[in-house]
Design a binder for this molecule. Structure first.
Ligand code: NAD
Length: 374
């Protein structure tokens, strides 16, 4: 049986609480002989700062580089609000993304029937929703140079400040994210929607051109449509089920994935994956899996945290890094079953379905449901 190395970085706040529920699952998988996992754990964020004076140590970076998959909890909290900027908790996550070359961010938005009433949209609009947003993560306007705030030294607005951000995309950056989207689409409904603003942005023109070429030359069987990013936002709240995979740049992806996220209810439900380029020798991509939520200091230590986003992130690791897609499906079904049974942490409770589970009770209920499905 192949052995998979998992590097766990629980982080701060509720990070360790939700990670503990994943560890129970990992333990069960190993005990059942379904897969062998070698797990190691490290420190990131505030907890790493307290121990090493850095947001992640070099030794832990090396372990992250070597692992088949990194599972990340969450970082940050008021305790570290005043630490120097370079070693602030988020710097650990940014370093991981940068050094592992994680250019593709995958955010599924799945609306479980049992939670359809928790969405701000009508049940029939969101029930059964299953879409995937593929966001370019390492290029575009968040990183392009020049990036400055300056002062006008002449003209009518002399003495006033101005600011510049620059959106740059190279062809290779668009090609590789398009391939990730088309490859993922193959495992779903084989439909990709590419969102940009070619009507007003040069990067949008190039984006459209490159995605079209990759489609025609490498993925002619897939369906492709191009949608302007503003229209995409509108369509996401009008009739989101028209989409399967949406591929878009860093800035639009940031906004569109948050819109899609809210279609499904709580932050505590949302997993994500970040992938790098395939290794030339092994074909394996560097990868990091994390819930979308942060460290939730307001509820840390109380047993209120919903572990589903973290468990869903582990399911994504099974699917995208560990070649255990059938077990990812089973785990997703276990989550759906537990929700259908009416088990609720506080964040997904309603008048009709009051909160009745702590973090560990939710984790254990999912494990039990998985045992039943298995
Ligand atoms: P947050 O996501 O931590 O919390 C927002 C709200 O959602 C809070 O009310 C919280 O209790 C709730 N919530 C979040 N996750 C939940 C879960 N699993 N179950 C139940 N409720 C949950 O965002 P924030 O409050 O803006 O930030 C708190 C800290 O987290 C800050 O230090 C911030 O910098 C950091 N942060 C880290 C990440 C990350 O590690 N990737 C992401 C976002 C924020």
């Amino acid at each position: 049986m192949t052995s998979h190395s998992l590097f766990l970085l629980p982080g701060d706040g509720i990070g360790p609480e939700v990670m503990a529920e994943v560890e129970k699952l990992v333990h069960w998988f190993s005990k059942q002989g379904i897969a062998r996992f070698e797990t190691d754990r490290g420190l990131v964020g505030g907890s790493a700062y307290d121990a090493h004076g850095a947001a992640i140590s070099e030794a832990d970076m090396a372990k992250a580089q070597a692992a088949d998959a990194v599972l990340f909890g969450a970082v940050g909290g008021p305790k570290w609000d005043k630490v120097p900027y370079e070693v602030r908790p988020e710097a650990g996550l940014l370093r991981l993304r940068k050094d592992l070359g994680l250019f593709a961010n995958l955010r599924p938005a799945i609306c479980y029937p049992a939670l359809a009433d928790a969405s701000s949209l009508k049940r029939d609009v969101v029930e059964g929703l299953d879409i995937l947003i593929v966001r370019e993560l390492t290029g575009g306007v968040y990183f392009g140079e020049p990036k400055v705030i300056g002062t006008r030294d002449d003209g009518a607005h002399k003495g006033e400040k101005y600011a510049i951000d620059t959106q740059v995309y190279d062809t290779y950056e668009i090609e590789r994210i398009a391939r990730v989207a088309f490859d993922l689409a193959k495992t779903r409904k084989n439909k990709v929607s590419s969102a940009e603003k070619r009507n007003v942005m040069k990067t949008g023109v190039l984006w459209n051109e490159v995605v079209t070429r990759i489609h025609q030359t490498e993925y002619p069987d897939a369906a492709l449509d191009h949608v302007l990013a503003d229209n995409c936002a509108m369509q996401l709240v009008r009739w989101p089920k028209q989409f399967d995979v949406i591929v878009t740049d860093n800035l639009f992806g940031d906004v569109l994935s948050d819109v899609a996220a809210m279609l499904t209810g709580s932050l505590g439900m949302l997993p994500s994956a970040s992938l790098g380029a395939p290794d030339a020798r092994t074909g394996r991509r560097k990868s990091l899996y994390e819930p979308v939520h942060g460290s939730a200091p307001d509820i840390a230590g109380k047993g209120y945290a919903n572990p589903i986003a973290m468990i869903g992130s582990f399911a994504m690791a099974l699917r995208y890094s560990l070649n255990l897609g059938d077990w990812a499906d089973k785990l997703d079904r276990a989550i759906a079953a537990v929700l259908a049974q009416g088990i609720r942490t506080r964040d997904i409770a309603s008048d009709a379905m009051p909160a009745n589970a702590s973090t560990s009770e939710m984790g254990e209920a999912i494990l039990k449901a998985l045992q039943k499905i298995a």
